[in-house]
Design a binder for this molecule. Sequence first.
Ligand code: BJW
Ligand code: ZN
Length: 243
Amino acid sequence: MWDGISDRLVQAEKIVFVTGAGISQESGIPTFRGKDGLWRRYDPMKLATIDAFYEDPKLVWEWYEERRQNILNASPNPGHVTIAELEKYRQVSVLTQNIDGLHQRAGSKNVYELHGSIITIKCTVCDFKDKVTTGFSTLPPLCKCGNILRPDVVWFGEALPQDVWESAMVKASSCDIMIVVGTSLAVSPANLLPVYAKQNGAAIIEVNIEKTQMSSEMDLYIRESASKALPELVEIVSSKKIG
Ligand code: BJW
Ligand code: ZN
């Protein structure tokens, strides 16, 4: 499977991972679009837009609180851990669409959260922002300024945090290898990152249990789960270089 690309993997200095919900699926966190995906059970337009939030902030908060508790009780899996371990051998950046913080908990240092974080809350009006790991006594929680607090995540129709997005574009455009893990690549602008990498001469590898709309553009696609494929892949990169 690795023929033709293992040399590029071994020689790569800068490796960028683009990750999505599939990498955390084996930690017990549901994906959005697959068979058991959240969007099969819930309407994204009623839960993941600013209009939906102002329409029914309690409902949206209840949904996020349930997910936040599940995420806080989850642990990183071998997929997250091997990406963090690769930092010992290479310059690694993780551009993640996930809001669960599992890459950081696995030890990755250079994580860019494209869609924000469920652990952070922010005020809908003032500049207040904070990390919260406990529950709230009432929903929706209120800011000291009297306005409603919201999860610091990026909903449909909202811009990605500008500094994070600019850094992600730079990392994608200047890497030697991009490894795209567990994302359907259905959501823009994150799905442009592999395009930037390819345009700039990087090899792109996909790890996903299913085909995606970009599979045919990949230099290699691995139809295996993230926690099985990533340790194998990282072994090739790290062992040959130091061995
Ligand atoms: C495994 C596996 C295993 C499973 N191992 N693999 C206005 C209104 C509405 C839409 C738009 C709008 N303006 C622009 C848009 C377009 C929109 C968009 O892309 N829509 C498409 C759906 C068509 N984009 C946006 O709205 C973005 N904003 C934007 O473009 O702004 C423009 C702007 C500029 C300037 C000013 C103002 C605006 C924002 C997108 C935000 C996405 N938010 C969500 C929710 C985040 C919070 C939360 O979690 O609740 O982000 S939606 C959801 O999708 C979540 C994810 O991060 C994102 C991507 O999903 P992901 O990670 O790819 O998961 P899945 O489930 O799709 O795929 C999982 C994959 O894993 C599958 O392929 C499986 O096979 C695989 N898998 N198990 C390996 N074990
Ligand atoms: Zn406030």
